[in-house]
Ligand binder design. Structure first.
Ligand SMILES: [Cu+2]
Length: 312
C-alpha cells in the first residue's frame, strides 16, 4: 500500500513538471535594434506632413514583443543624418538611467541589456532633452511582455495596439508644448486615423467578430494629457493595469491611463455593429482620438493578428 502511494506521488510530481513545461515558455534572449531618424510623415488621412522624430521611421515605433523572463539585448542606432541626440527609455526595464537611458549622438550607437521581469504592456520613448519635444514629435512605442504562464489571461481572439499622443502645431515650439497648447489628440500618430465617421478620408478601422475577445494594448505617450479610455457602446470586460494579469478589474466603463502609463483592455461584443474607442476627455476625442471597432460576422481574418495588431 505504501509503495503504491509513493508511486502515485511520484507520478503526480511528474505530471506537475510536465504541465510546467507545457504552459511556461522557456526564457530566451531577444535582440532588438531600433534606429532613430528625423523624417517627415503624414499626421492625418489627407497626408498632411509633419516633421517627426522617430524610431525606425515610424510613428509609433515598431511593437516590441517578448515573454516574461526573456533577456532583451537592445541597441539604439542614431542615424548619421540626425540633427539631434536621441535615447531609449524602456518602461519594461530596470536599468541605469544615466548609463543605459543616456543620449546617443548622431552616427553613434548604444547597447544595453535587461530582463523583462514583469509581464504587461509598457511605454517606450526617447528621453533626450527636451523630452517633452522628443515624445511630442513621435519618439514613442509599445513593448508587450507576454506572461510566461500562457493561461494567466483568457486567450484573445484579436489584438490591437493603440497609442495616444498630442499633436502640437509647431514641432519646434517647445514653449507651446510646455504650455500644453496641443491642437489634436491622435491614436497611432494620426488624426481620426481609424474613424471614417468623423473623417470621410479615413480608409482604416479596427475589425472583429461578435463574441470574439478583442484585446487592446493601450499606451498613453502624452506628453501631457491623461486618457479616460472608453469604448462607446461597449464595456471593458477586463482591464489590467500595466497589462499585468495580477492587476485585473472587471466590467469597467472607463479607465484612466496617465501620460507614460499603459494598460490592457479586453472587449467582447455580443452583437454586430460598431463601438467607438475614445478618450472620454472630449476635447481629445473630438479633435482626433476616436477609433472605430466594427464587429461583423465577415470581419477580415487578418485584422488583429501578426503585423495587423498595429494598423499602419
Ligand atoms: Cu529623441
Amino acid at each position: 500500500m505504501m509503495k503504491r502511494n509513493k508511486l502515485l506521488g511520484m507520478s503526480l510530481a511528474g505530471l506537475a513538471v510536465f504541465s510546467m513545461l507545457t504552459f511556461q515558455a522557456e526564457a530566451k534572449t531577444v535582440k532588438v535594434t531600433l534606429r532613430a531618424t528625423e523624417v517627415d510623415l503624414p499626421i492625418d488621412n489627407k497626408g498632411t506632413i509633419y516633421k517627426t522624430w522617430t524610431f525606425d521611421g515610424k510613428v509609433p515605433g515598431p511593437v516590441v514583443r517578448v515573454t516574461e523572463g526573456d533577456t532583451v539585448e537592445f541597441t539604439l542606432i542614431n542615424d548619421k543624418t540626425s540633427k539631434n541626440s536621441h535615447s531609449m527609455d524602456f518602461h519594461a526595464a530596470r536599468a541605469d538611467v544615466v548609463k543605459d537611458f543616456g543620449s546617443v549622438k548622431a552616427g553613434e550607437t548604444k547597447s544595453y541589456t535587461y530582463t523583462a521581469d514583469y509581464p504587461g504592456v509598457f511605454f517606450y520613448h526617447c528621453g533626450s532633452d527636451p523630452m517633452i519635444q522628443h515624445i511630442a514629435r513621435g519618439m514613442f512605442g509599445a513593448i508587450i511582455v507576454d506572461p510566461k504562464d500562457s493561461k494567466a489571461m483568457p486567450k484573445a481572439d484579436r489584438e490591437y495596439v493603440i497609442i495616444q499622443s498630442e499633436l502640437y502645431p509647431n514641432p519646434d515650439a517647445k514653449e507651446e508644448m510646455m504650455q500644453n497648447k496641443w491642437s489634436n489628440i491622435m491614436f497611432n500618430g494620426g488624426i481620426f486615423k481609424y474613424d471614417p465617421v468623423h473623417d470621410p478620408a479615413a480608409t482604416r478601422w479596427l475589425q472583429a467578430k461578435p463574441g470574439e475577445r478583442v484585446r487592446v494594448y493601450f499606451v498613453n505617450a502624452g506628453p501631457n494629457e491623461f486618457s479616460s479610455f472608453h469604448p462607446i457602446a461597449g464595456i471593458w470586460d477586463r482591464v489590467y493595469a500595466s497589462g499585468n494579469p495580477k492587476n485585473v478589474a472587471h466590467g469597467l466603463q472607463s479607465f484612466v491611463v496617465g501620460p507614460g502609463d499603459a494598460a490592457t483592455f479586453d472587449l467582447i461584443s455580443p452583437i454586430e455593429g460598431a463601438n467607438a474607442i475614445v478618450t472620454h476627455s472630449l476635447k481629445g476625442a473630438l479633435t482626433g482620438a476616436i477609433a472605430v471597432l466594427m464587429f461583423s460576422k465577415d470581419a477580415d481574418p487578418k485584422m488583429g493578428h501578426g503585423e495587423q495588431i498595429l494598423v499602419r
